[in-house]
Design a protein around this ligand. Structure first.
Ligand SMILES: NC(=O)c1ccc[n+]([C@@H]2O[C@H](COP(=O)([O-])OP(=O)(O)OC[C@H]3O[C@@H](n4cnc5c(N)ncnc54)[C@H](O)[C@@H]3O)[C@@H](O)[C@H]2O)c1
Length: 261
């Protein structure tokens, strides 16, 4: 899918990986970007607007965990954007000490934004289809013992998105779903890491593990995300590690009847 002239929603687009995704989308000639975030990054978004004065750049302050607020945010976005073509659900947190908030934001947030977007993008509902990219992580594929709560939310995102990336939905809605799984990326997410892990006595081990990981920048990751979106293969899963994009296939251990329906 070409990014040219597309209208895009990015949750968590006010900072970190999400902000870099917005920059790169605008650079790639997207028509407009709507950012949904709880953080009002006035400087970051102001800079986007001054670099791309001709583009439609919206900011909506809303919490992805709040279904009503997200439904209202999409309603507002669609007043300015004729169609929604691409949604990149990036918003997420790491704090294993706050279990309900982590589940609410990381899983609830992706579900709220995906279903709200489908209402406007689905061909069945007058939209023109498109692509929804959901942010998981490498720990969404294989667990990291240091972060069991965060890991469980990222694995849930894989299950949720794979469920929707089914031909049955695609035929009705014309929407493709992809899963993004970056490795360690230098952002605010891991600030005060050892204060947010569930077992405080794991602090030393945590530093050793973090030290060993390949690190990449949000700009490296955003470049790979846009390439995955352009390749636009329904159900594709992408590891983004060491600044590179690798497609992966999940092993299937069980098959439902869906293929035979
Ligand atoms: N940094 C990494 O190493 C890494 C690796 C793999 C996956 N990820 C995932 O990438 C995504 C972005 O992370 P990041 O590293 O850029 O972190 P970040 O903290 O820099 O950015 C996250 C953004 O999401 C926003 N956000 C948080 N909670 C929100 C909510 N309830 N409603 C709306 N917006 C909210 C924040 O304000 C922020 O702008 C997250 O989903 C994270 O789990 C990060």
């Amino acid at each position: 899918m070409s990014l040219n002239d597309k209208s895009v929603v990015v949750t968590g687009g006010a900072s970190g990986i999400g902000l870099e995704v917005c920059k790169r989308l605008l650079e790639s000639d997207a028509k407009g970007v709507a950012i949904i975030d709880i953080l009002e990054n006035v400087d970051g978004i102001g800079q986007l607007r001054s670099t791309y004065p001709e583009k439609n750049i919206l900011f909506i302050k809303a919490d992805v965990a709040d279904k009503t607020a997200i439904d209202e945010a999409y309603e507002e976005i669609t007043k300015s954007f004729e169609y929604l073509d691409i949604v990149v659900n990036v918003a997420g947190i790491f704090n294993d000490l706050d279990v309900s908030r982590t589940i609410g934001v990381n899983i609830g947030g992706i579900i709220n934004s995906t279903f709200a977007a489908m209402n406007y993008m689905s061909k069945e509902k007058g939209g023109r289809g498109g692509i929804i990219a959901n942010m998981s992580s490498v720990v969404g594929l294989d667990p990291l013992f240091l972060m069991p709560v965060y890991t469980s939310t990222k694995q849930a995102i894989v299950g949720f998105t794979r469920s929707l990336a089914n031909e049955i939905y695609f035929e009705k809605a014309g929407i493709k779903f992809i899963i993004l799984c970056p490795g360690a990326t230098i952002t605010q997410l891991f600030t005060n890491f050892t204060e947010k892990i569930i077992f405080p006595d794991m602090g030393d081990v945590a530093y050793r593990v973090l030290d060993r990981l390949h690190k990449q920048s949000p700009a490296d990751v955003s470049k790979c995300i846009l390439s995955a979106i352009e390749q636009c293969e329904n159900g594709s899963i992408w590891i983004i590690e060491n600044k590179q994009l690798h497609p992966i296939k999940m092993t299937r251990y069980w098959t439902s009847i869906e293929e035979k329906v």
